[in-house]
Design a protein around this ligand. Structure first.
Ligand SMILES: NC(=O)c1ccc[n+]([C@@H]2O[C@H](COP(=O)([O-])OP(=O)(O)OC[C@H]3O[C@@H](n4cnc5c(N)ncnc54)[C@H](O)[C@@H]3O)[C@@H](O)[C@H]2O)c1
Length: 426
């Protein structure tokens, strides 16, 4: 099939590249000319495992443009994969979505608009009205939400747990289902509103599990239990399962914070207070800040202390720093008067962090530091020569915000090691 993808971001590029890999002809359109220029020259502007190779391998079937007409000219399906960031009120900002809907040229043949952007429940119905008002009744509409995770997005796209297709007309759902031929996964066919809710509810379920295990970790800290063992013990219960039971310093990223907030606001706008989700969000905010308390308990005032933040991306495998816990930690540390150094193997801290010394290596970030915080569990940090790190630090205090390191080995190397929800060893 011929497909247009609007948005050359994390989702749009993966969508375009994977559909090209399945044998479809794809045109990806973005409004940022520099991005399109780079892609045309074979440069991929984001860090996503396997994506550059996939685009290269399928270069005969994937093109990049800034022009709407060029993208839509022969498209049977137009994917919308533009950003839907939070507004000041916490609702999703749909400006880019409406721009795409209004930009669609008049077409005689039937095409289908497929929404991949995460949008509030009810958006599809409003888009349908807008298309009808524009005389585009021949344009079908399908909600086909995306569940890929950054860092594993290509694999997730080609081997998904399920494909969700919500449509107003069966014929449109059929087309989008057929497009996925070659992907072996259950298909959930439903109405548009339910598809929109599936996406928001899935993310709400995941953040609930994260805040749940983080609260268990906090109680472990207060009572002397070890959250790693607790997670293992409860995760083996088949009714619970083991995924998303890793305690840490809280979730971040471009989706979880904004989508949970958007669902909270969606409920509130309809007069319902989603109390569980409110608590999940608050627990996450507090979780990031608990690191400061841990440092202060050992160092006293943080004024003029040097703290190294190791890992800045919201998780390993991506350069994405949107809503990353590192941003909150850096802000809190600077507010306490600390000197902050930082390092990440791919995320560009200099772009996102003011007042922070961004180092060229983890060891450089640790030079003369009074404490280090592992913020992102990059393999480079797990494999770091921690003896060399110890030699460079002024005080060997290490807060492992992801429980990624070997506590016993680090204590043996002379570190005061503190994880999340784990005995302090004192
Ligand atoms: N990032 C993820 O892992 C992920 C996973 C699932 C769902 N989502 C959802 O997918 C959507 C996109 O997320 P993302 O992370 O790819 O965002 P992104 O910010 O990386 O990319 C969005 C792109 O859309 C472009 N754009 C804006 N207006 C446009 C227009 N009129 N025409 C064409 N392009 C336009 C922007 O320039 C940008 O390149 C969001 O709704 C997000 O919630 C993201």
């Amino acid at each position: 099939m011929n497909i247009a993808v609007f948005g050359a971001g994390y989702v749009g590029l993966v969508t375009g590249a994977c559909f090209a890999d399945l044998g479809h002809d794809v045109v990806v359109r973005d409004v940022v000319p520099e991005k399109i220029d780079a892609l045309r020259h074979g440069e991929v502007p984001i860090h996503e495992e396997g994506l550059a190779e996939l685009i290269r391998r399928n270069r005969d079937r994937i093109r990049f443009t800034t022009e709407v007409d060029e993208a839509v000219r022969s498209a049977e399906i137009v994917y919308v994969a533009v950003g839907t960031p939070p507004t000041y009120s916490g609702d999703a900002d749909l400006t880019a979505v409406w721009t795409v809907v209004d930009e669609l040229p008049t077409v005689e043949r039937r095409i289908v608009v497929a929404m991949k952007s995460t949008v509030p429940v009810g958006t599809g119905r409003t888009v349908r009205h807008r298309l009808d008002e524009r005389g585009l009744a021949s344009v079908g509409y399908v909600s086909n939400p995306e569940f890929t995770a950054e860092g594993t997005a290509v694999r997730d796209f080609l081997h998904p747990d399920r494909i969700v297709v919500g449509a107003f007309e069966d014929v449109d759902a059929d087309l989008v289902v057929a497009l996925h031929e070659g992907i072996d996964a259950p298909v959930v066919r439903c109405d548009v509103a339910s598809a929109e809710m599936i996406k928001l509810a899935a993310n709400a379920a995941l953040v609930t599990r994260i805040s749940f295990i983080n609260e268990i970790a906090n109680v472990c800290e207060a009572t002397g239990a070890d959250v790693l063992k607790v997670a293992e013990g409860i995760g083996l219960d088949h009714r619970i399962g083991s995924s998303f039971l890793r305690a840490g310093i809280g979730y971040g990223g471009s989706c979880f914070p904004k989508d949970s907030l958007a669902l909270k606001q969606l409920a509130a706008n309809s007069g319902y207070s989603f109390q569980l989700l409110n608590a999940v969000i608050e627990v996450n905010e507090l979780q990031k800040r608990r690191v400061i308390g841990k440092l202060e308990r050992r160092l006293g005032s943080l004024r003029e202390r040097k703290v190294a933040l190791l890992g800045l991306a919201f998780k390993p495998g991506t350069d994405d720093m949107r809503e990353a816990p590192s941003l909150v930690l850096a802000g809190r540390l600077l507010a306490e008067g600390a000197r902050v150094s930082a390092w990440d193997p791919v995320a560009d801290g200099a772009v996102h962090l003011d007042g922070v010394e961004v180092a060229g290596s983890a060891l450089e970030a640790l030079d003369g530091a009074d404490a280090a915080v592992v913020v992102t569990e990059w393999p480079e940090l797990v494999e770091l020569d921690w003896s060399a790190a110890a030699a460079r630090m002024r005080r060997r205090l290490l807060v492992d915000g992801r429980n990624a390191l070997d506590a016993d080995a680090l204590r043996a190397a002379g570190f005061e090691y503190e994880g999340v929800g784990r005995p302090t060893g004192e």
